[in-house]
Design a protein around this ligand. Structure first.
Ligand code: AGV
Ligand code: CA
Length: 309
């Protein structure tokens, strides 16, 4: 039996790549997608989300619109990227969804899908966790419907990737955007698996990988994903421009959990400067699982195989 999945993403390039990857997984029944306006502006991100569903023949999957804005905004240059994606040759002529304001709000879609599901649901989040937390604050009884939460988030034994004012660099962006909701999620005692920077740092987007992907360009998904990844390759050696397989790695955990090494830790989230959003190993927190390593060869090969369609 395929497992039911709810996905929440925040419209960045690797979030959209992750949406495509989920749609190639035979053992996953994607029952809804919600979008968080974090690493994107919401309208173009909803458009990308819907276009990718059309490309995969899955417009039947409902989309929920996140209206809640976090505490610490993402840089605007990052947020604007989905506009470029919607103009790619494989996507530009696909119609946008009829009206982005006609779809349900993200927390309401999560509530509807969790309560209606015949079985427990896995939740994959590749952006901040605010939509899920808003849903569970409104309907706490639905925690029992969640089988596992997989979240690309945090930095434990490595530095963070937030570089901004009033900050010491210890936080990862998805947690930093909304540290308050993040701390709430960690306190719910849900089965929670984080894919933090500790493990995503092991899988950069490399030209060697893109070169292999380009040899299978006759497959539509290899063509499109190759174009999307090319947008992440930048020659400016600044932290703003180094791209990792952050969300894709978290997504592939669904299909290849046995290829990861994990550890159960107790953790809390700081909600104040100078380290707001830092995920801290902390005995006063609740247990959760963090990924610490991955079989990188298996992972890159898996992506190449999945996008052969
Ligand atoms: O911190 C990683 C998260 C992932 O969910 N995002 C990007 C991925 O979608 C934020 C982020 C960190 N560095 C970035 C980011 C960069 N250089 N460009 C865009 N987003
Ligand atoms: Ca993301």
């Amino acid at each position: 039996m395929p497992k039911f999945l709810l996905m929440d993403h925040d419209g960045a390039i690797d979030d959209l790549l992750s949406q495509l990857l989920v749609l190639t997984m035979p053992d996953v029944d994607l029952i809804g997608i919600t979008v968080t306006p974090a690493d994107c502006y919401i309208e173009p991100a909803l458009e990308s989300t819907y276009k990718l569903l059309q490309l995969m023949g899955r417009e039947d999957i409902p989309i929920g619109r996140g209206d809640y804005n976090g505490i610490n905004a993402f840089p605007n240059e990052w947020r604007a990227r989905p506009e470029i994606i919607n103009a790619l040759p494989l996507l530009i002529n696909l119609p946008p969804s009829p009206d982005p304001y006609a779809c349900l709000s993200a927390p309401d879609l999560i509530i509807e899908k969790l309560s209606g599901a015949a079985d427990q649901v896995t939740v994959l989040m590749t952006g901040p966790c605010s939509n899920l937390v808003l849903a569970l604050e409104k309907a706490p009884e639905l925690k029992g419907k969640i089988d596992e939460v997989i979240w690309m988030a945090g930095a434990f034994r490595t530095q963070g990737n937030v570089q901004t004012f009033q900050h010491d660099g210890t936080a990862e962006w998805n947690v930093f955007w909304d540290p308050i909701s993040s701390q709430k999620l960690l306190s719910y005692e849900l089965p929670l698996t984080l894919i933090p920077l500790d493990v995503t740092n092991q899988v950069p987007v490399t030209k060697a990988f893109l070169s292999r992907l380009a040899t299978q360009i006759d497959y539509t998904l290899s063509n499109l994903t190759g174009q999307l990844w090319a947008l992440t390759i930048d020659t400016i050696p600044s932290y703003h421009y180094t791209y990792f397989m952050w969300d894709i790695l978290a997504t592939s955990y669904l299909a290849m959990p046995g290829q990861f090494t994990t550890e159960v830790v107790k953790a809390t989230v700081s909600t104040r400067p100078p380290n707001a959003g830092q995920t801290c190993l902390d005995e006063s927190g609740y247990p959760l699982t963090i990924a610490t390593g991955v079989n990188t060869t298996y992972f890159y090969d898996y992506l190449l195989a999945q996008f052969k369609r």
